[in-house]
Write a protein that binds this ligand. Structure first.
Ligand SMILES: Nc1ncnc2c1ncn2[C@@H]1O[C@H](COP(=O)(O)OP(=O)(O)OP(=O)(O)O)[C@@H](O)[C@H]1O
Length: 755
């Protein structure tokens, strides 16, 4: 279940799989929070390390303050200063709690004030009393640790109320009536669809990346029908205090799960509002007045449009968090977010009191212009500062804000080991199978399209790798089921599109494989970030074919990589067997696919004829033809069965021949022995950090690779050829040819290195 037991520490939180079972998600409601609150007895055992980004937020202050103020004081300022926070930190570094804890803390303070009949909602950033000194301790490593019990609803912790402003007129929540009329978006608000200038072309990534994002436009003083003061005053509901918006449904479910673990012993209630699940049920949950709503833009907007009473309080929320913000505000995505933000920002006075958190691992990542664009005056290079300024404008972030960027130059997580495999397009299946067999462990494979996921799913099912698919065309219940199966098996394989690239926190994913070079560097960072989370190590392998080379080089440029990713070493002795198996599986898959297609077509004709009440023409009915067809179908079936049996026999043989010897240390260790039992693997995942031979292997090989690369001299002949005054397209063609040559040379060099 998504519920966490009382007293659960962040560490156990990190290693506890989130329950993605559809039943659990269906039942995600306020009872969960209540139950946890009631059942917890030993919560004081909890020890929560401050997430690094939260600590950084604390360390951010005016330069003068840095000298004058003690670390603790500065931290307290930032935690409770109620500044808007724009945060960038590497994947898996705990950003969820970095906004979750301040929100929960703030809500508890607000509730305390309200109970005292005093509700300004504003704290002074100079105020030092928000977190009780007693609740902040110093751990063995000298790190300040915030005792979660400081967050529990208890009188002592909620006493501080150093208001700066008088509370504007509060809404009356006493009446029992609600709003019934469906909401219609007013004409004066420009909808995204009407703006041809900002229509995005999915394929035009480069332009999009260079210009940043721009779907969100804040229009001041817009009046919304459903926000009519009279109507709002009829609310019988509890206050909606915080909204957390995420780009995917799974992420919303996960954030709810993380928050519930911290909400032990509080009376704070949460609700998840996402598409693909019963909206009636979500309305029922909202009717109970949760304090925090976590949702995806589409369903939130849908319910708001229908005049949902609880969501109608959106302009008055005190806390707004937008996770994966750079993705959310990208052009062409989440038009509903624009509309939601217009609603949320429609009350100026409430907006001033709101605290907004925008977080992402790639928030400050920028794309360097291609060299050929550098000389064009009209083209302006995007910088992190411009990107943040855009965000501020789009989301309506206050002047009182902090920008916290603790990302690395490379953008990826520090504990991540990266490698690449150059190969032909057709060879990718071989390498994928090779990696799965040689390095068993929880593996997540990313593809650029749903078709690719489907194809691999069929192929790797035949190869008995038990893959789980995950893509946007699946039903939500199936998606959650796939995630649940993946999370519960330490050797599982998940084949996913980028729907799983951001935010998902599945414990102990050991390998991430990019079957295709992702479209943007951001996607690469987020995909890779599904492994190497919360101080664990992980491996990311990027498959590159010749058509993807320029995309790969662009990726390296954006990630500030001066040297290329090291190659992942493969064993050619095993590759021979791998090819045999995969080729056989491909043939089988092709045969099955053709048969399936024929059956579907035939069924379709029969169905159409039946629906149209048409009888098949007796004269046209050819008995011989029909018999032949039946015989062919039976033959196909027999052949398929025979091939399946042959495949099973083939797969029974161990992949490693008895006389196999390799100069790579691939014969022992956690990720190496393909015949290690699942239980052993499960026991050893905790010690992956030191035992991960796949990672050690890459690290060792990368040193050799650096030397190797130096020996391959590639001189750009541009200076020589430029005498001829080449045109732009000629230069590009030449560059492509050079890249291809270089690619082939490197591959050759890699192969030589393996012999
Ligand atoms: N203070 C902490 N101490 C130990 N573990 C933590 C702490 N905070 C968070 N974690 C754990 O770290 C893992 C990653 O956290 P989280 O999902 O919030 O990362 P993130 O920064 O949001 O990653 P992403 O950028 O991929 O969304 C989670 O399993 C979480 O339980």
């Amino acid at each position: 279940m998504g519920k966490k037991k009382a007293g659960q520490s962040a560490e156990s939180l990190a290693s506890t799989p989130i329950d993605f079972t559809p039943d659990n998600v269906e039942n995600l409601d306020l009872d969960a929070a209540e139950e946890i609150g009631e059942s917890s007895e030993n919560h004081t055992d909890s020890k929560l390390e401050t997430p690094p980004i939260l600590e950084e937020v604390g360390n951010q202050s005016k330069e003068d303050d840095v000298k004058k103020t003690s670390r603790r004081k500065r931290k307290k300022k930032a935690i409770k200063g109620r500044m808007d926070i724009i945060g960038a930190a590497e994947t898996g570094s705990g950003k969820t709690l970095a906004f979750g804890i301040p929100i929960i803390h703030g809500i508890l303070l607000d509730k305390g004030r309200e109970a005292d009949g005093n509700d300004s909602g504003l704290e002074s950033s100079d105020d030092e009393e928000g977190i009780d000194e007693d609740n902040v301790s110093i751990d063995e490593e000298g790190v300040e640790v915030l005792d979660p019990s400081a967050l529990y609803l208890n009188g002592e912790n909620l006493e501080d109320s150093d208001e700066e402003e008088d509370e504007p007129k509060e809404l009356d929540f006493e009446t029992e009536e609600g709003i019934q009329e469906p909401f219609e978006f007013p004409d004066e608000v420009e909808s995204f669809e009407n703006d041809s200038e900002i229509e995005a072309d999915e394929g035009d990534d480069e332009e999009m990346e260079n210009q940043g994002f721009g779907c969100v436009r804040v229009i001041k003083d817009v009046k919304f029908d459903f926000l009519n003061e009279d109507k709002i005053q009829k609310y019988p509901r509890r206050k909606l205090r915080a909204l957390i918006i995420t780009p995917t449904r799974e992420l919303a479910v996960q954030i709810n799960s993380h928050l519930l673990a911290v909400l032990v012993n509080t009376d704070i209630k949460t609700a998840v509002v996402v598409g693909g699940m019963s909206s009636q049920k979500q309305e029922r949950v909202l009717a109970r007045g949760p304090d925090i709503v976590i949702g995806t833009p589409g369903r939130l907007w849908e319910l708001l449009q229908q005049g949902n009473h609880h969501l109608c309080q959106l302009p008055y929320i005190r806390y707004l968090a937008i996770d994966e913000t750079d993705r959310m505000v990208e052009r062409g995505h989440f038009q509903e977010l624009t509309k939601l933000l217009e609603v949320i920002n429609s009350e100026e006075s409430a907006k001033e009191k709101r605290q907004t958190f925008v977080f992402s691992a790639t928030l400050t990542m920028i794309h360097k212009l291609p060299k050929r664009m550098n000389f064009k005056k009209k083209v302006v290079q995007m910088t992190s500062e411009i990107k943040i300024e855009n965000l501020v404008r789009m989301i309506g972030i206050k002047k009182n804000r902090k920008v916290v960027d603790v990302t690395r130059t490379f953008g990826t997580a520090e504990s991540l080991t990266e490698a690449k495999i150059f190969c032909d397009k057709e060879e990718k299946d071989y390498y994928l199978y090779y990696l799965l067999k040689q390095y068993p462990g929880r593996t997540l494979v990313f593809c650029n399209s749903i078709d690719c996921v489907r194809r691999l799913n069929n192929l790797f099912s035949i190869l008995q790798c038990q893959p789980q698919p995950l893509h946007a065309s699946m039903q939500q219940k199936q998606r959650l089921k796939s995630l649940e199966r993946f999370s519960s098996n330490p050797r599982a394989l998940l084949l996913a599109t980028d729907v799983a690239a951001r935010g998902l926190d599945i414990p102990n994913i050991q390998h991430v494989i990019h079957y295709q070079v992702p479209r943007t560097a951001e996607t690469y960072v987020h995909r890779s970030g599904r492994t190497a989370r919360a101080t664990q190590e992980g491996l990311s392998v990027l498959f590159i074919d010749s058509s993807e080379i320029s995309k790969y080089h662009q990726l390296c440029r954006t990630l500030n990589r001066e040297t290329e990713l090291p190659p992942f070493p493969t064993d050619i002795h095993i590759m021979k067997q791998v090819r045999e198996r995969v080729n056989f599986a491909r043939n089988l898959e092709k045969k099955e696919h053709t048969t399936r297609k024929q059956n579907v077509e035939e069924d379709w004709w029969k169905k159409m004829a039946k629906e149209s009440m048409l009888d098949l023409d007796e004269e046209e009915y050819d008995e011989d033809f029909d018999r032949e067809k039946k015989m062919k179908a039976a033959r196909n079936k027999r052949e398929i069965n025979a091939m399946r049996a042959q495949m099973t026999q083939m797969l029974k043989k161990p992949l490693l021949s008895s006389n196999f010897s390799s100069r790579y240390p691939t014969q022992s260790g956690t990720l190496v022995n393909p015949f290690q039992s699942a239980q052993d693997l499960e026991n050893s995942v905790g010690s992956v950090r030191t035992n991960n031979k796949a990672i050690n292997l890459v690290k060792k090989e990368s040193k050799d690779f650096s030397k190797l690369v130096k020996t391959v001299k590639i001189k750009p002949p541009l200076s020589r050829t430029s005498k001829k005054k080449m045109k732009g397209f000629e230069k590009r063609k030449l560059r492509r040819e050079q890249e291809k040559k270089r690619f082939l040379k490197e591959r050759e060099a890699e192969r030589r290195g393996e012999m």
